[in-house]
Design a protein around this ligand. Structure first.
Ligand code: PMP
Length: 330
């Protein structure tokens, strides 16, 4: 690999790794796209770069300007590092329920952090609406608007999908991931289908999200809840419009956590819960396609971002989730 001219050139072109335990469980080949290898340690660096460069190309932001966004954290981290590299400020609005590590990382990056109580999307105090208002009131500012700004999914059509296709030599039977904005699922889905219409695209939805019901029976309806950060959508965002979804799975936190544990204990991969839910979905998709299926999914972010939650026995117990033997320290 040649020397990168700057940090932004390190975004994307992430490795693809064979996930041996999941492959064995499904009698298939399951591959994980290592998005934790981006400079901000998540898949959202890609969207952040495309959103900022799209705003620059359209003349929406001028030198010294401010980028404002509502985010579960990872997009904020991506935007803050892109902004630092390009000389902009960032204001990040985040629900106060997200992990301490994300808040600390954002502050360390120099972002101005605005924490708001978790609220439904219909509430004007919801983090997305608050961020839009702050952007409107701030001079020389843009609202990144990751949910409905399709520069987000373009990052995955141009980048992630092409990379997966090339890394797998065009031999891919299925792809699945969960949805936050939908940029990854729709972008990778569209990019892969463009090359081979037979690639099966699956949604892996956490409990508490409304998309499983939507793709299964046309109704936005949710059931239960999830502690997974960054995923769980209740509406069809602009990024999701026209997403080529062939099939859908509903994945519990317990099922996702089981893979998070196994991938750490057996393969040395430290991941967040959305990655575990994606891997659980990939196992189901591979079983549905049949023996020998070649399925890719996304390893969205690093587990080091969740040491105070997913890897903390007290926190797991407080959420009624099982504590792995290896975490008990006895
Ligand atoms: N996992 C994590 C940890 C995330 O932060 C996000 C982004 N919100 C996603 C998955 C989902 O990605 P997308 O927004 O592209 O749907």
């Amino acid at each position: 690999m040649p020397i990168a001219p700057n940090t932004l050139a390190l975004i994307g072109n992430t490795p693809l790794v064979r996930l041996n335990g999941p492959s064995e469980a499904a009698n298939a080949d399951i591959f994980g796209k290592c998005e934790f290898a981006n400079p901000g340690a998540s898949v959202k660096d890609r969207a952040a770069l495309f959103i900022v460069e799209d705003a620059e190309a359209r003349g929406l932001i001028r030198p010294g300007g401010t980028i404002v966004e509502g985010t579960a954290g990872n997009t904020g981290i991506g935007l803050a590092l892109v902004a630092n590299a390009k000389g902009y400020r960032t204001i990040i609005v985040m629900p106060e329920t997200q992990s301490r590590e994300k808040m600390d990382t954002l502050r360390a990056l120099g972002a101005e952090l605005v924490l708001v109580p978790a609220a439904p999307y219909s509430n004007p105090g919801h983090f997305v609406h608050t961020s839009r208002r702050i952007a409107e009131e701030t001079p020389n500012a843009i609202w990144a608007n990751q949910f409905d700004n399709i520069a987000n999914r373009r990052a995955h059509i141009v980048g992630t999908a092409s990379e997966i296709w090339e890394q797998m030599d065009g031999r891919i039977d299925g792809f699945t991931c969960a949805v936050g904005t939908g940029g990854t699922l729709a972008g990778v889905g569209l990019g892969l289908k463009e090359r081979d219409g037979d690639v099966r695209i699956a949604l892996s939805d956490p409990h508490g999200a409304a998309l499983y019901e939507y793709y299964a029976c046309g109704e936005l309806k949710s059931e239960g809840s999830s502690v997974a950060e960054g995923i769980g959508q209740g509406r069809i965002t602009a990024n999701l419009e026209g997403a080529p979804i062939d099939t859908q799975f509903r994945i519990s936190d317990e099922e996702g956590l089981e893979w998070v544990r196994r991938l750490l204990d057996e393969e040395g991969l430290c991941l967040g819960l959305s990655s575990g839910i994606n891997v659980a979905g990939a196992v189901r998709l591979a079983r549905e396609i049949g023996p020998g299926a070649r399925v890719a999914t996304i390893l969205c972010d690093t587990g080091f971002r969740y040491l105070s939650t997913l890897y903390n026995p007290e926190w797991l117990i407080s959420k009624g989730l099982p504590v792995a033997e290896t975490l008990r320290g006895d």
